[in-house]
Write a protein that binds this ligand. Structure first.
Ligand code: GDP
Ligand code: MG
Length: 316
């Protein structure tokens, strides 16, 4: 994993060799299911994975977890590292927890998340959780790169919403109302009902699967087996319709495109001509009110002349 995340060019070559071997193995046999666990910071994603992961190990699973460490991106402060919420899994011989830095990647997935997941699957982790940072943008990407999408919410989450937040909820295969314990139980039940009926109105995204809402308490240990059962049923349904294979192809394509975009972005920003122009732009904005739109157009033309020199558009 360290090799995969390394930025050194020589490590990259070795990482690709390793990943290629993983893919070969997985093309022959891949028993893994990959589940995104998404939701706002503090709803209990890490706690749920830790608690459900323990039960899953008792069922004979090997549990892999990739979390994106938010400390390096948007939400600093009160949030403890995810790994510290998963001490049992982190210390179990039947589980593996990896916290990757979100780094400069936009959104809640790391640049190498998909590669890490592939490695975990290839070495036999069959139940793989991907915990996102939960900042919105990333969710769609995570949805594209994994098999199942679990949205975690808090009791009362449905109250302030005019209806239910569509976007992310529409992606959910499973909605967990966590913290259904103590004084929150009644509220949690109500929230679950609200979500269940909202889910009902969305257009189904998967053949043969209706999204479910359920109650859990990571701390009291309730509802966890129902979640694991739902994941199992979800996987069986995918296999039944031969959807898993199609899904994986789609994931690979999505990852390829994403990676290409990121790399293009990185390389362009390193190009001397682009760097110079940015520098120039920066100096100009300090002293004058220049047109940002014209500037952006200038960048577009510059990039065209760099990437498609024969297309005729020269830098003005
Ligand atoms: N009462 C209650 N508290 C919980 C539950 N699950 C998590 N928490 C608490 O919520 C806080 C955030 O949990 P965490 O798992 O780090 O949330 P994450 O940011 O979504 O990963 C912690 O203080 C947990 O102890 C639960 O089921 N019930
Ligand atoms: Mg967490």
């Amino acid at each position: 994993m360290t090799l995969i995340e390394s930025e050194l060019p020589e490590d990259r070559i070795r990482a690709i060799t390793l990943l290629e071997a993983c893919e070969e193995r997985l093309y022959r046999h891949d028993p893994s299911i990959r589940i995104t666990v998404s939701g706002s910071p503090g709803v209990g994603k890490s706690s749920l994975i830790e608690a459900a992961g323990r039960n899953a190990i008792d069922r004979g699973h090997r549990v892999g977890v990739v979390t994106i460490d938010p400390t390096s991106s948007l939400s600093k402060g009160s949030i403890l590292g995810d790994k510290s919420r998963m001490t049992h899994l982190a210390n179990s011989p039947h589980a593996f927890v990896r916290s990757s830095p979100a780094g400069k990647v936009l959104g809640g997935l790391g640049r190498r998340t998909f590669e890490l997941v592939t490695l975990l699957a290839a070495v036999g982790y069959d139940l793989i959780f991907i915990e996102t940072v939960g900042v919105g943008q990333s969710e769609h990407m995570a949805w594209q790169l994994t098999d199942a999408f679990t949205l975690v919410i808090q009791p009362g989450a449905g109250d302030e919403l005019q209806g239910i937040k569509r976007g992310i909820t529409e992606l959910a295969d499973m909605v967990i109302v966590n913290k259904a314990d103590g004084d929150f139980i009644e509220r949690a039940r109500l929230t679950k009902t609200q979500y269940q009926s909202a889910l009902h109105y969305f257009t189904p995204l998967r053949k043969g699967w209706s999204p479910v809402a359920m109650l859990c308490s990571a701390t009291a240990g309730s509802g966890l087996d129902a979640w694991l059962d739902a994941i199992e049923a979800f996987r069986k349904n995918l296999l039944l319709h031969d959807e898993l294979r199609i899904l994986r192809k789609g994931q690979q394509e999505a990852w390829l495109e994403w990676n290409l975009g990121m790399e293009a972005n990185r390389l362009l920003l390193q190009h001397p001509a682009v760097k110079n122009k940015l520098q120039e732009f920066h100096q100009q904005t300090q002293t004058q009110n220049i047109s940002i739109f014209k500037m952006a157009y200038g960048f577009e033309q510059l990039m065209q002349s760099l990437l498609l020199p024969s297309s005729g558009t020269a830098e003005s």
